[in-house]
Design a protein around this ligand. Structure first.
Ligand SMILES: [Zn+2]
Length: 172
């Protein structure tokens, strides 16, 4: 079993299945990760599973919609350009549709930041501190160590937001 697979399974819970157990027993890095996750779990009550699933599920889907929108927009522009050229030139040029594999990013909105802050505080209570001004999140303070949980979509979102909103996330 690879460390990556072991960690993905560890973050889902703490199943005592043989293969995972053997890996954790033999691998210092994963054993340390397991201890860290256990300590975090012990320090917080579980948020309602339905709420957590909803928050987690909202991240990748949003990105997917933007990728599709970007593709649709570029296809429409190319079709429009081909049509305009065809009107004026003889013979009309052959229009080729090219699929552009590029994800369009935009700065996260205040609402997305607030959802992220609530999700982080619920999932990693004790390791994350959030500061709100009304409904706007002003600051997220998190243990630097959390960045190592790369299999968690909430942590990945925190990384993305910290790049696009400098000063918002403070690692300690
Ligand atoms: Zn390992």
């Amino acid at each position: 079993m690879r460390c990556e697979d072991a960690r993905a399974r560890l973050s889902d819970g703490a199943p005592n299945e043989g293969e995972l157990r053997d890996h954790v027993d033999a691998c210092d890095a994963c054993r340390e990760e397991y201890g860290f996750l256990e300590a975090l779990r012990a320090s917080r009550p579980q948020p309602p599973a339905a709420l957590r699933d909803r928050v987690v599920a909202s991240f990748p889907r949003r990105r997917f919609r933007w990728a599709v929108a970007a593709w649709a927009a570029s296809a429409a522009i190319m079709l429009g350009a081909g049509f305009a050229a065809g009107q004026w030139l003889a013979p009309p040029p052959k229009v080729e549709l090219v699929r552009v594999e590029r994800v369009v990013t935009r700065p996260p909105s205040d609402e997305e930041v607030a959802v992220l802050a609530v999700a982080l505080a619920a999932q990693y209570r004790g390791a994350v501190e959030v500061e709100f001004d009304g409904v706007t999140c002003k600051k997220i303070r998190a243990l630097r160590r959390l960045r190592e949980i790369t299999c968690c979509p909430i942590i990945r979102e925190m990384e993305r937001v910290s790049k696009e909103r400098p000063g918002l996330v403070e690692l300690q």
